[in-house]
Design a protein around this ligand. Structure first.
Ligand SMILES: *Cc1c(COP(=O)(O)O)cnc(C)c1O
Length: 378
């Protein structure tokens, strides 16, 4: 019954829904749940770069990176990323989870200390645990706590590492990187920034969060990012010095013991990078949508966080409430996912809305209309 009604309304709104289709249970939905912020996953230039490389290389890479899986396509991508971000060297990993896990667990050990933002991605946390280093977590973006932890730790003579995301994936907050970078320098600690949600989105040419905080990208000793978000493809990279990248090739088990990403995916990612560097309008449009979204929400009394990025969480507290809101929206043709503990801290269940350049203002209008009802009736 509901579904028939839904189908009718979707047909009525057909023109409004000329939007990337998501097949969920055989139906098309308007999605606010993807991380394809720049709309590159189905960009014609990205798709055709992938097709051409498929014809040249075939589908699979057939091997691990250091055996026979590494191709010219991987190398070109690594060189382009190093140039783009001003790093000496970069290394393509098979996904962001593996990159973070491999970097942190292979470079640091029980004699070292790791300080990480409490909301850092699971892969960073798992890397820190796997490293056996002394692992300390500081409250989200709390630079005073970080500073205190670092200063309390003056005696140890192991290596120190500070870990943060650039833009936090579940909250949309931008880390105070200027302060964090200063703390790292003052305390002789290395800085690792996972800028998965910042690269492509922030900075004039999309170099990411550090650039947006008026720092050079290579202000981080190690920069990591997944290609699964703004790049719209798959895989990940690590950027750092020659010595660190060389060490990762030798010691990072998540690099050594896995199949290389398909060359066609590396070629597609290089095409994405070109678009990221040249099409500033995508960042501009995304910013305008964020502002429009926040304006509408404020007018309707929908509670927002301070996030100024494409990630706009609406914190609802209980998991049940978040699920009811998500369900209500789904029945109206909208995909907005509930994010619950342990992905986010206890009692901070939320719906996570992510905006992409493929959204139009009327999509946001339709979302808002339903969101008010969903929240009020949940
Ligand atoms: C998605 C994500 C990852 C993991 O990347 P995958 O390529 O999906 O494995 C790592 N860090 C952050 C911040 C992410 O959002």
């Amino acid at each position: 019954m509901l579904l028939t009604k839904l189908e009718e309304s979707l047909i009525q709104r057909k023109n409004n829904f000329e939007f990337r289709d998501h097949s969920v249970q055989g139906k098309n939905y308007l999605s606010f749940a993807t991380n394809d912020y720049l709309g590159l996953a189905n960009h014609p230039a990205v798709v055709s770069a992938c097709e051409n490389a498929l014809k040249k290389y075939g589908v699979g890479s057939s091997s691990a990176y250091l055996i026979a899986g590494y191709t010219k396509a991987h190398q070109e991508l690594e060189e382009a990323l190093a140039n783009f971000l001003g790093f000496k060297a970069t290394l393509v990993f098979s996904c962001g989870y593996m990159a973070n896990l491999g970097v942190v667990s292979s470079l640091f050990s029980k004699h070292d200390v790791i300080f990480a933002d409490k909301l850092s991605h699971a892969s960073l946390i798992d890397g820190a645990i796997a490293s056996k280093a002394n692992f300390k977590r500081y409250p989200h973006c709390d630079v005073n706590s970080l500073n205190n932890l670092c200063e309390l730790d003056q005696q140890s003579n192991g290596n120190k590492l500070i870990i943060t995301e650039g833009v936090f994936g579940m909250d949309g907050t931008v880390a105070p990187l200027k302060e964090i970078s200063a703390i790292s320098k003052r305390n002789n600690a290395m800085l690792l920034v996972d800028d998965t949600h910042g690269i492509g989105i922030l900075g004039h040419e999309g170099q990411g969060s550090l650039k947006a905080c008026n720092l050079e990208s290579n202000c981080a000793d190690i920069l990591t990012s997944s290609f699964g978000k703004a790049f719209g493809t798959y895989g990940a990279f690590v950027a750092s010095s020659h010595v660190i990248i060389e060490s990762l090739k030798q010691f990072a088990r998540t690099y050594l013991y896995t199949t290389a990403i398909p060359p066609a995916i590396a070629s597609a990612t290089l095409a994405s990078l070109n678009i990221i560097q040249t099409e500033n309008w995508r960042r501009q449009k995304l910013l305008e949508l964020v502002q429009y979204f926040r304006l509408c929400a404020n007018q309707l009394g929908i509670p927002l966080t301070s996030s100024q990025t494409a990630i706009q969480p609406i914190i609802l507290g209980s998991s049940e409430k978040a699920l009811r809101v998500s369900q209500y929206l789904q029945e109206r043709g909208l995909v907005v996912k509930a994010i619950r503990p342990p992905t986010v801290p206890f009692a901070s269940a939320r719906i996570r809305i992510s905006l992409t350049v493929q959204h139009q203002k009327h999509h946001i209008d339709y979302l808002m209309e339903n969101l008010v009802h969903a929240i009020n009736s949940a």
